[in-house]
Design a protein. Sequence first.
Length: 132
Amino acid sequence: MKHYLIPQPNGKPILLNRAVILIGRHPDCDISVGESERVSRRHCCVVQVNETFLIRDLGSTNGVRVNGRHVDREETLEQGDEITVGDSRFVFAGGQPNADGKGMKQFKQTLATSDDAGDVEDFSGEVEVLED
């Protein structure tokens, strides 16, 4: 199953097709979130370990939030989680919905309201899955 980060409120879904996706304000990051001073050059990354996706703070000054909660070092991502990096927000989508079904509902609503729902950002390169 494919997994995505969907920039909010109406961004183009970003396909997570590599083991590590780097997020920050440096132009070499996989996802560059602009020039905000609230975002470190290499702020955080999304890491795939087998079928699990994690958000990992890379020692940023202002931290990462998932569903409004501060992430100490890393946190497992679940369907529909909202990730905040500085002023940028993303919804994690794909995989299995949460037990309450909210994740899939939110994913479908996000895609339906996205201006770029038909387009998907795809990073080139091979997918590498990290083993436990």
